[in-house]
Structures are given as C-alpha cells and as structure tokens.
Design a protein around this ligand. Sequence first.
Ligand SMILES: *Cc1c(COP(=O)(O)O)cnc(C)c1O
Length: 382
Amino acid sequence: MDKDVQQGFETLAIHAGQEPDPTTGAVVPPIYQVSTYKQDGVGGLRGGYEYSRSANPTRTALEECLAALEGGVRGLAFASGLAAEDALLRTLCVPGDHIIVPNDAYGGTYRLFAKVYERWGVAYDPVPLGDLDAVRAAVRPDTKAIWVETPTNPLLGVADIEALAAVARDTGALLVVDNTFASPYLQRPLDLGAHVVVHSTTKYLGGHSDVVGGALVTSDAELGERLAFHQNAMGAVAGPFDAWLTLRGIKTLGVRMDRHCANAVAVADMLTRHPAVRTVLYPGLPDHPGHEVAVKQMRAFGGMVSFRMASEEAAVRVCERTELFTLGESLGGVESLIEHPGRMTHASAAGSPLEVPADLVRLSVGIENVEDLLADLRSALG
Ligand SMILES: *Cc1c(COP(=O)(O)O)cnc(C)c1O
C-alpha cells in the first residue's frame, strides 16, 4: 500500500508502527522481553537499540502508533499516566515557573501539582477553563503551560481547545491537553493547536482494565527530543508486556468507542428522565454548558456519564446497589464501572478548590448489552 496516502484512523490503529516482523513475518509485534542488545562492534547498534530504558522495539511500536493516532510527530510511552505527566512537567518547568490548571482536573493530576510540584517551587492556579478571560487574566510572565482536560474527570466539563490554543499562542505558554476521556478517536487536540497531548493509556486506549500506562504525544519535533531525553533520564518507561497489551487494546479502539458512546447516550437519556436523579452531566445533552464546543471538537461525546442525586447518602446507595456496573475506580474498559468520586477517585481533592460534590456518581459506561445496563441502573435507583 502507498504509504504516502494518509490512512484512516481505524487502519492506523491496527497497523501504524506495526510492520510484520522482518525475520518471521509475525503480524503482531513480538513482546521484546529484553533489557539489553548485542552490539556489532563498540557502538554498532542494530536499529538503534542498546538498553530497554532508552528504547525497546515493542515500546517503539506503541509510541509510533500513538503518534499516528494523535497526528503528532513523536509519541512516548510511560509506566502510568502520572509518570507521563511528571516527565512532561520536569521537561517544561524549573522552580519559579507557573502552570494554569483546570479547576476541575483529575484528582491525581491536581495532587501532583498541589502536593509534589508546589514543594519544588512550581506554582499553579486552578482556573475555570470555560472562561477565556479568566484564563488570560491568570497568565503570568513565568507561565509555562496551560493544562487542559476535556471532558474533565469527573464533572464532564468541556473546554474549547482551539480558543485556548489562541490564548497560549498570544502568551507564549504551551497548551497541554489531557485527552484521556475522549481518546484520539473522538478528539485530536494537536489538530486544534495543542502542543502536547497527555494520556492515561490505562483507560480507553488499553480498554480492558488489564494494564496501567501513560503517554505523551507532541507535534513539535524539538520538544519531542527533550521529552525523550527526560523519559530516558528519569526512567519511568512502559515495560514491553504493558506496551504490547496497550497496542492490542488500541486495535479495537474505534469500534469500542462507537459502542461506549452509543450506550452512554442511552444511559444519559434514561437518567435524565428518572425522578430520583437531580442532574445528568454528559456533553452529549443539548443543555450541557459545553455541548456546542463538544459538537465542534469531538466526533461523539464519549462513554463517561456523571449524575447528581438528592444527597450523598442517595449517591452512595446507588453505587452500592448496582450489580452489572461494578463498584470500582478507573474507567474506559469494556466493563461498566460505577463510583462515588467524593469518597473514591477524588478523595484527594477534599478541602481543595477542586473538591467534587458529595452527591455525585460517576459511570464508565461499558460495551455490554445496553438493555442490561439500563435495567441494572433502574433497579439500583429504586
Ligand atoms: C487516570 C487518569 C490519569 C492518571 O493516569 P494513571 O494511568 O492512573 O497514572 C490522568 N488523567 C486522567 C483524566 C485520568 O483519568
């Protein structure tokens, strides 16, 4: 096939970075479970491989695939999403620098800023990213990055990536987008002007709740080199088996996301009409404050649905009464999950500006039969 023709997303998900193995013809990249490589004479590396912290062929396949899916020039795979964030922040910042963060970021991201980087002299300001004037006003001469998450975890807030890219351009800050909730199938931040995309590949990219990983993808080759230097110098790389599992998950990303989205729409619709539910947070609903921006920048609205009950007790009760929706943290796998963010994933944000409402329930809508999912929720809601 002519490699100059830009291939479609589903084709890239299956083939990018994954030529059949040249010696055996294996159609899937082998798990190169190896730490070091024979050199042909001192410095005579075969294919650039010398030590698996620096590079490993299974990881390379994943990194090339991720770069292709996000439309970037360089992808890097890490041991977790937070390890990827840490490598990015230490590449971009020195003590005295400043970052703008969403006022409803993922709890673990917020904890990294508040409990780790603050001690190292990197300041941050939580800002509502839907308010562009507030973002502009928060930018300081030492602001190195505007950190965006869209849709956000767990409140499903939507930020306008293209508009924030313009703010970043005007101020000289980099635009970083955590694309974990949407996945590159639904949203491609680099096409909209972002400089770096962050992923927890643990979620939709891996897709089967069987691997923890993270990734960075950038559209800037020079920044890509600096990130790769830090990946190697800091060392929190994805192992070969984890890289292989993630690649395997990515092959079905498109078909999985189609079903996640369709099931989530049905769930959001049912919840909206249920008398025990106070509010439904889903960017696909026309009355969601970010709906128009979501229509503009996303292919569909994703598989995450949050809703608010009448009280904390009612929210906890629903979480404990579902049977098909498994009570657990994480998201993005084929199986449906339910959780109480205030006491579980976002407990670390308690008492901070990012504290989440106590009556909130978060669903990761899986790809099971939709009637079974609706019946389970109806029965738990009573
Ligand atoms: C889970 C998550 C992370 C952190 O990723 P880990 O793989 O758990 O380290 C970052 N951002 C978002 C939006 C997440 O959901």
